[in-house]
Ligand binder design. Structure first.
Ligand SMILES: Nc1ncnc2c1ncn2[C@@H]1O[C@H](COP(=O)(O)OP(=O)(O)OP(=O)(O)O)[C@@H](O)[C@H]1O
Length: 219
């Protein structure tokens, strides 16, 4: 679904943050992306989401070469990808319920058809009693869970999550991991960037380890 071939990335005139990175994210696969702070995990996720272009090498997303893709094509491609960034990117003037329902509304779905799904997912992430709250009054961990619910609600083809359990306690991290595994079982390819060894040890999954800009893969 996504393929990197000898990809390199530098910011401006700086040093190469990623060097000769090659890998493939197959359909319905599950992988962790890990490595020390500053190794380039967020940068790699931004390339996967097409919000950065590589300075060299080839990236194909859903069989399209992202170097030659029209900017006008990006929104449709991105709709097939669920993302949880570290800054959450919630809409502050919308309630939690509305934030999570937004991807479905954008697709023109009727509320009667999705209301119970949104409520069930929010319950699962422990926010069933905060439906009408606005993001600015939430804790970091609560915002993170809203962002996760929004990324998952429409069963994307790929889920990209940057430290999705970074702000929650261990029982909630386990619960979120179960959610990612269930999504994966239903067909979504999952890429989770994390430092959390305890989290990774709970699943037999591919580990993509970044170190000094280079990637090693342990199947
Ligand atoms: N917009 C930017 N402009 C310049 N340099 C950047 C930019 N974003 C990241 N970098 C640099 O690129 C390198 C990789 O950063 P990145 O955020 O991808 O690492 P990371 O592995 O996600 O780190 P962490 O685990 O701390 O989140 C770092 O040296 C960082 O300073």
């Amino acid at each position: 679904m996504i393929k990197f071939e000898n990809v390199g990335l530098r910011y401006g005139m700086g040093p190469e943050v990623l060097r000769d990175v090659s890998f493939h994210v197959p359909k319905q696969s599950f992988q962790f992306l890990t490595g020390p702070s500053g190794a380039g995990k967020t940068t790699l996720l931004r390339l996967l989401f097409m919000s950065l272009r590589p300075t060299r090498g080839l990236i194909t997303v859903f069989d399209k070469d992202i170097a030659t893709i029209e900017v006008s094509e990006l929104p449709l491609l991105r709709r097939r990808i669920g993302v949880v960034f570290q800054d959450f990117r919630l809409l502050d003037h919308m309630t939690i319920y509305e934030n999570v329902a937004l991807p479905l509304r954008v697709r023109g779905r009727e509320e009667a058809g999705y209301r119970s799904d949104v409520l069930e997912l929010l319950k699962w992430v422990g926010l069933g009693d905060r439906l009408h709250a606005l993001p600015p009054v939430l804790s970091g961990g609560e915002k993170q869970r809203v962002a996760i619910a929004r990324a998952l609600i429409d069963q994307p083809e790929i889920l990209l999550a940057d430290e999705p359990t970074g702000n929650v306690d261990t029982p909630m991290a386990k619960r979120l991991l179960r959610l990612f595994l269930e999504l994966n079982r239903l067909g979504t390819a999952v890429v989770i960037a994390t430092h959390d060894l305890g989290l990774m040890d709970q699943v037999e999954a591919r580990r993509m380890i970044l170190s000094e800009g280079q990637l090693e893969i342990y199947e």
